[in-house]
Each structure stands twice: as C-alpha cells, then as structure tokens.
Design a protein around this ligand. Structure first.
Ligand code: COI
Length: 391
C-alpha cells in the first residue's frame, strides 16, 4: 500500500496531504452548521406509491441532503436539493477502495399525525465512529441530526400513514478523492436520502432460516465489523447465496475455533433460553469489536433490563451451546434485530448437516412479539418516550 511518502505530487495537486486533520479544532468548530443550509425545492414532485406496494429501498422522496468537504477548504454549506444522481470522478476513492460508510435510521408517523425519529443520536455517534475508522473527516453530530430533521420535515408527506411502514433514512459518507492514490481522502461527500418503506422482514413474516458455517467470516478482531461500512455487506453476499443453495435464507455468522455465534445476515442476534445454569436469560454477543452496535440491539437490552424479569446478558454464545440447548428443549426463541427488520424470528438453524428447529409459535406469547409491540409503541408515539425526537 502506498504510504504518504509514495504519493506522486501530481496526484496531490490542490489536496492537503494531512487529509482529515481537524487542525486540533473541536468538531463543533470545524463542522458544517445546520443554520447555513441552502434549500432548493423541487419543481417536479413525484407521485407517491401506495404504502402496501412499498418494496424496501426502491422508492425515494423528492429531496436529498449533500455536504461537501475538502482538506483545503473544510466543510461547505449544506444543501437540501432535489433528489438526483451524483456526479463522481471515475477514480473516486470510495468506488475503488471502499472508503465509505452508511447509516440506517427511520422516521415514523404516529396516530397523532406527528413524525418522530427514533434515537437518532445513536446513529450519529455510530456514524462518527465509522468515519474515524474510514479516515473521513469529523463533523458535529448534532448539526447533522438537525439537518436530517430539516430534510425529513421538508419531505414529511412521504412518511407513510401506516403503523407498520416508515421512512427509511440513509445517511452516507464517501471519500471522493479524484485519483488512485491509496490515502486518507482529501475530498469527501456526506449525503442523506430518504425512502418510504414497508416492513422488510419483521414480526408477522415467516421466521428466517439460517445456515451456520464457519467457511466464511463476516468480521474479525481488528477489522471493521463493528463499523457500518458498505464493504461488510458487499463481502457477505457470496456466503448469503451459498446459504440459499443450502435451503436457508441467511447466514448465521460464526467466529473463532469455538464457533461463537455473532450475527445473522445483516442483523444482530438474540437467544432467549434457559441457560446452562437453569436461568431464564436473554443473551446477545458482546460488543467486542466484531459486532455492529445496533440501535435496536441496544434498545432491546435496555428495555428488557428495565423489566427485570429475567437475566439479560451480553455474552459469548457458541454453536455447541446452542445445539445442546435445542436438543435439551431449553431454547425459547431466537431472533435477529436491526433498523430495517426491527425484530425477526429465527425458525431453523442448519448446522453440520443437522436442522436445529427453533421454537417460533408465531404467537404473541413470545418475547419478540412483546418487544415489537413495546418498540413500535414508542416509535409511533403511542407511548411517550425520550427515545423519540419530533420532526
Ligand atoms: C439496517 O437495518 O438499517 C441495515 O443496515 C440493513 C440494511 C443493510 C438493509
């Protein structure tokens, strides 16, 4: 890999080799400001699809947010403008070297007609962490949150009138370095666009089947599995299609010689069971560098800990322990969690040629249903909570 001293000077014309340095300034001083936003409204609003026809991530609203950065000039004024294609240099560093990250968050329209964001600052924090890991520049998280609020406000008619659909928000941050040098980007683009969505999988849908095999590894210690970077997802596709060849829908990602259970597909994973010590427990793998710190994951841990009805643990879970628990009838439920899917029951795990059937009655008696109810009550404003931010 090229170090800075390898960089041909021609490639650096107009660019500051110090790349993402903030010159010691605090993020708030260095960042773009929501108050500086320039808004250009579309003159050609699109027709909105019927909420029942919504396929995840295929419809887009009328406007988007873009904010450009360069090492020489810092952050430019944010722009909210008509939704449209980006124009990128063919050598753009995000296209070649995956210098990129994204977020997934949602806005919900409550029965009261008001639109709410769910724990948006957790997404901002995770985005800042991914940006640091990607060598992209710092920004003020509150300013970005405020810009997202303004964008959603402008396109609020696109937030579905439905208690299962929502408006998916996709903040994205890419290196736009216009040359092939492998280095910290000296130009970058942060953009946010919106997509009205129905339920992706979620509760009420068929439980998912998982192929558990350590042939492919999603994340490793020292890697980027705990950051929301596109490469983590793109690199998972090959395994995903092998799972389909084995008659499963998703991969149950394993790690290490002891085959620790880490994530399922693009979701965090939870096991509700009677553990080895005979205790009722809700367990999910700890944030030890290979797990994405999901907002739904965190919310489930906080809600269930507050109930105080059973043990709630961030701990390692192995395939051997899961298999034994299935054989001994100690598994109550297994489910994935994520912004797109919320909670998604697991019905079967294929492991070493053996199908492990996971209880999933599809009834309200299971924990995933209760969590789905409690979380959607907050998101759609049926329960007052400081987890939501009014738009
Ligand atoms: C999300 O839940 O927001 C995700 O990131 C999943 C997405 C890759 C579809």
């Amino acid at each position: 890999m090229a170090s800075h001293s390898d960089v041909p000077s021609s490639a650096l014309k107009g660019c500051d080799i110090s790349g993402t340095s903030t010159n010691g300034k605090a993020a708030s001083e260095y960042s773009f400001k929501a108050a500086d936003v320039v808004v250009e409204r579309t003159s050609d609003p699109k027709a909105k699809e019927d909420v029942t026809d919504l396929v995840f991530g295929t419809a887009f609203t009328d406007h988007m947010l873009t904010i450009e950065w360069s090492a020489g000039e810092g952050w430019q004024a944010p722009h909210i403008k008509p939704f449209g294609n980006l124009s990128l240099h063919p050598a753009c560093s995000s296209l070649h070297y995956g210098i990129q990250l994204f977020e997934g968050m949602k806005a919900y329209r409550g029965a009261d007609g008001r639109v709410r964001l769910f724990r948006p600052m957790l997404n901002m924090q995770r985005m800042a962490k991914s940006a640091e890991r990607a060598c992209l520049p710092v920004f003020d998280q509150s300013e970005l949150m405020e810009l997202i609020r303004k964008l959603v406000q402008l396109d609020q008619d696109w937030v579905p009138h439905s208690n299962s659909a929502s408006l998916y928000i996709r903040p994205t941050f890419i290196g736009t370095e216009p040359n092939l040098v492998v280095k910290k980007p000296s130009c970058a683009l942060l953009f946010v666009f919106l997509s009205p969505v129905g339920a992706y999988y979620g509760i009420g849908a068929e439980p998912v089947s998982l192929w558990a095999d350590s042939k492919y590894i999603r994340a490793w210690k020292g890697g980027t599995g705990d950051c929301k970077m596109g490469g983590n997802y793109g690199a998972s596709l090959y395994a995903q299609y092998e799972a389909v060849d084995y008659g499963c829908q998703q991969v149950l990602w394993l790690y290490g010689d002891d085959q620790q259970i880490t994530e399922a597909g693009t979701m965090n994973i939870f096991l509700h069971w009677t553990n080895e010590d005979g205790e009722e427990e809700l367990a999910t793998p700890p944030l030890d560098g290979i797990i994405l710190p999901g907002v739904t994951r965190q919310s489930i841990l906080e809600l269930t800990s507050k109930w105080g009805e059973f043990k709630v643990t961030e701990r390692h879970l192995t395939m051997a322990a899961l298999r034994r628990a299935v054989v001994e009838g100690r598994v109550r439920e297994m489910f994935g969690s994520g912004t797109a899917y919320m909670v998604s029951q697991v019905g079967r795990v294929l492991y070493q040629g053996e199908n492990l059937d996971i209880p999933c009655q599809g009834s309200g008696s299971q924990l995933s249903y209760r969590l789905h109810e409690e979380l959607t009550d907050i998101q759609y404003g049926r329960t007052a909570s400081d987890w939501t931010v009014l738009v």
